[in-house]
Design a binder for this molecule. Structure first.
Ligand SMILES: [Zn+2]
Ligand SMILES: [Zn+2]
Length: 446
């Protein structure tokens, strides 16, 4: 059967399953779960895969699900992925009243896309005409949030990496995968689909200033004000911004997560978190070292001490244009040349960057949401474009890659030199992890 017929069969099934796909997307949207806690969402994925008779593993990196469908002959394995987690935006009208979690990044659509692809492949009869396998992967914890909670999981030995894809890599879930792609929704007003361009990577810092408590009115001279120390550190970070170069796209955006407990007590324990983002590993490391120097300056000025925990975040996203070209062709068939936009650099970060370092990988983009990403007004406003069209584009891309003895997939894999092997990647991530306690000699033991 030729590819045109295979593609139309898969798309017909996806259209026929419209009701189930939209119901799933909406169910997940109003039941948001934060990273490494996506048990309900993962159960929904598992239920749909079971209904389709798709063999799958659950509980990978706590909540990850990995299904596998086989073509008619052995060959390469292509992963299509969806992210399970949400973010925390308490003001969002559909935020979980208890946790504040909300699907303000649209990952519910990714899971709808993933399950729609599963329906398309399993119910259309195309699989015997394909070569190789499709790994259908629901991946936990893309948003790098609730850092303290996840460090707790790490200390309990439940995870090593705080991001879901790095953890899945560590556990070997990508060992039998040759290339990978996914779709992320956006609220872009012009253009309907694209393949994302390069992005920033990041490291993540947990910072604790330790001072000494004292009566804030009666005897502040007997205390060491950890909040003042933190403020000096934050001002120092702002002072070095002029040294960041435009091409490096450095972003440092600290927050104070604990600023003091009682107004009449000099704050003794103050905590900050920040990312240090940049367009290359070298730029991130250089900026991270400058930020550490600034944080120490705060401790030095006040005679406090500062503990800086630097954690591996995500690698910058690389763009693999051969795979992108296959996707583009199919997306344009669905939304027209007018519906395509060419993506430029993204200053945010994602753990698809990590995957893109070890295999050919792309992150497709589809509009269909309105409002501000990670904002209280982020909502689906074109359900077909958000939930259905990306699944068709993905399924059609899989057919191009895997039909005709998987010639296109093999050509991409054979010509590919990964930026890092899995072992090099894990070694890199582990050497980022540092825990520094810094104090001036006169600080003594505070
Ligand atoms: Zn996000
Ligand atoms: Zn996202």
């Amino acid at each position: 059967m030729d590819r045109v017929r295979l593609k139309s069969r898969v798309c017909d099934v996806i259209d026929a399953r419209w009701d189930e796909i939209l119901a799933l997307a909406e169910d997940i949207r109003v039941h948001p779960e934060l990273g490494y806690k996506e048990h309900r969402t993962a159960d929904l994925v598992s239920q749909h895969l079971s209904r389709l008779g798709i063999e799958h593993e659950t509980g990978l990196a706590i909540t990850g699900v990995k299904g596998m469908v086989w073509g008619g002959a052995p060959g390469p394995t292509v992963a299509y992925m969806g992210e399970l987690d949400s973010v925390l935006v308490r003001d969002h009208p559909d935020a979980d009243p208890e946790t504040g979690a909300a699907h303000a990044c649209g990952h519910n659509a990714q899971i709808a896309n993933l399950i729609a692809v599963a329906y398309g492949l399993a119910e259309s009869g195309v699989l015997p005409h394909l070569t190789g396998r499709v790994a259908l992967m629901a991946v936990p914890s893309e948003e790098y949030v609730e850092v303290a909670y996840r460090l707790g999981l790490k200390e309990q030995g439940k995870i090593e990496f705080l991001g879901g894809k790095p953890e899945m890599v560590r556990l070997g879930a990508f060992d039998d995968v040759d290339m990978a792609f996914m779709t992320h929704q956006t609220s872009r007003e012009t253009g309907r689909m694209s393949v994302a361009g390069p992005s920033n990577g990041c490291v993540v810092k947990m910072i604790a200033y330790q001072g000494r408590a004292a009566h804030a009115g009666g005897s502040p001279h007997r205390g060491i004000n950890a909040l003042k120390a933190a403020n000096v550190g934050l001002h120092a970070i702002d002072a070095i911004r002029e040294t960041f170069q435009d091409d490096d796209h450095i972003r440092v955006h600290p927050i104070i997560t604990q600023g003091g407990e009682l107004v009449n007590v000099i704050p003794a324990n103050v905590r900050l978190e920040t990312y240090v983002r940049g367009a290359s590993v070298e730029a991130i490391i250089a900026a991270s070292e400058k930020v550490d120097r600034c944080l120490r300056a705060g401790a030095m000025a006040l005679g406090a001490q500062v503990r800086i925990r630097t954690l591996p975040g995500y690698l910058p996203r690389l763009v693999w244009s051969e795979l992108g070209a296959v996707y583009r062709q199919n997306a344009v068939e669905l939304v027209g040349e007018d519906g395509w936009w060419d993506s430029t650099f993204m200053a945010g970060s994602t753990d698809m960057g990590d995957i893109s370092h070890i295999m050919p990988a792309i992150e497709a983009q589809a509009a269909g949401f309105c409002g501000t990403g990670h904002g209280a007004d982020y909502m689906p406003c074109d359900p077909e474009l958000a939930y259905i069209t990306p699944a068709k584009a993905a399924a059609m891309t899989l057919i191009d890659l895997m039909a005709d003895d998987a010639q296109q997939a093999r050509a991409i894999i054979d010509g590919h030199i990964p930026a890092m092997t899995k072992d090099e990647y894990l070694a890199f991530m582990r050497q980022i992890d540092r825990d520094e306690l810094w104090k001036t000699p006169e600080a003594g033991d505070v």
